[in-house]
Design a protein around this ligand. Sequence first.
Ligand SMILES: Nc1nc2c(ncn2[C@@H]2O[C@H](COP(=O)(O)OP(=O)(O)OP(=O)(O)O)[C@@H](O)[C@H]2O)c(=O)[nH]1
Ligand SMILES: [Mg+2]
Length: 420
Amino acid sequence: MFLDYTTVQVQAGRGGDGRVSFLRNRHNPRGGPDGGDGGRGGDVIVQASHNSSTLSKYRVKKVWKAEMGVAGGPNKCSGKNGQDLIIIVPPGTIVRRGDDVIADLTEDGQSAVVARGGNGGRGNTHFVSSTYQAPKFAELGLPGDAAELVFELKLIADVGLVGLPNAGKSTLLSVVSSARPKIADYAFTTLTPNLGMVRYHDNELIFADIPGLIEGASEGKGLGDEFLRHVERTRALVHLVDATDEDVAKSFTTVRKELAGYSEKLAHKPSVVVLSKSSYLLEDELKLKRKQLARAAKIKMAEVVLISAQEHMGIDELLAVTTRVIAEAPVYEAAEDEQIIDVPVESVVDWYLEPEADNRFVLKGNVADRWGGRTNFQQDQAVERLRRAMSRAGVFRRLKQLGAPEGKTTIIVGGHELTW
Ligand SMILES: Nc1nc2c(ncn2[C@@H]2O[C@H](COP(=O)(O)OP(=O)(O)OP(=O)(O)O)[C@@H](O)[C@H]2O)c(=O)[nH]1
Ligand SMILES: [Mg+2]
C-alpha cells in the first residue's frame, strides 16, 4: 500500500470592514451615522467525496483561499459574507496541521472546517456614545485563519508493472502518466517503486512501477522480491517482456516463477502480457516472438499486446485492455496491519501523441479531448488559441523530439487536422 501525501496552504476569508457613513439628504442634512457591518470571511472546508481518488490535484495547485467578506455599505447595509471554499478529497484522507490530526475523513460527504473565516468589522452605527455622537470610525474585518496543512491518503495501486530488469517498465510509466521515474539502459535502474496516475477515458488508474525481477528474486537475488508485496494488492499486473530478448518465452517464465514463488495470489492475478520495445524488430521477427510469448503465457497470439513506449505505440490498446481486465477483477480491501511506503502519486498526464502514419500524429488524452471538444475549428482565433495552448503544454516540443518535420507534420485533434 502506498501513501499519497501533499501539503497545501489554506487561507480563510478576511472579514469585510465596517463602514463609516452618515445619512445625508435634503430632509436630513446632518443625519446620524449609518455605516453597515462587514460580512464574515468564508471558511475553508475539506470534504470527502467518492468522485475523487487521489490527491494529485493538490500538488499542482498549492494555495486555496476562501472568499473575503464584503465591506459594509451606507444605509446600514451589511456586506455579504464571503463564500466558503470546499476542497474535495478522496474518502480516507487525513488532514494534519503539524503533528495534529485535524480531520480524518473516512465517509463520502464527511467534512470538516479547517480554517475559519474572520469576523466582519462593525460599522460606525454601533459606536454612537456620549463621547462620539457622530463616530467617524468603524472596525476593520479580522483576518481569516491561515494554515499549512498536510493531506495524507493511503492507497492501493490498481496495476502493477512487472518484468525483468530493463524491460521498459519505467519508460511505460513515464508515457502513460506524468510520473518521471529514472530510465536507463542497465538493469536495476529502479530501486524503489514509482507511482503514476493514468487517466483513460473516465477511469483513473494508479500504476506502480517496481524494480525488475530476476531468477532467484524470491530467494533474495537482485533486489529480491520485497517490492512484490506492493503489487500483491493490485487488481491486475502488466507483464512486460522485452521484444529484443533472445528468448522471450524464457524471459516470461522466469518472472512468472518468481511471482509464483512469492505468493499464490500473485501467480493468479489477472495479467496483461506485453511485448515491449517492439518497434526494434522487423515484422517477421516480431510475429515469431509474439507467437513464442503467447505459447509461454498460454494465451492467444492476439492477446499479446505490442507496444513501443518510446514511440507511444500501442499505448491506447494497452490501456483499453488493462481497463477491461480491471473491470472484471475484484477490488482489494486493505488489511489493517499492512505496511505502507511513501510515494506521492504524480499528477495526471493530460495528452500524448500517437503516430498514425508518417508525419501524422493523433493527439490523445483527456486534455486533448477537451481541446478538441471546446475548439470551434471554423473560427481562426479559436484555432490560434488552441495552438498556443498546445505549445504551452509542450506538444510541439514533443514532436520535435520525435523527429517530426516542422511545417510538414499533421496533428489530429478532436477529429480535426492541424499542420505543424
Ligand atoms: N527503443 C526503445 N527503447 C525502449 C523502449 N522502452 C524502453 N526502452 C529503453 O530500455 C531501457 C530500459 O528502460 P527502463 O524503462 O529503465 O526499464 P525498466 O524495466 O524500468 O528497468 P529496471 O528499472 O532496471 O527494472 C532504457 O534505455 C529505455 O530507453 C521502447 O519502447 N523503445
Ligand atoms: Mg525501472
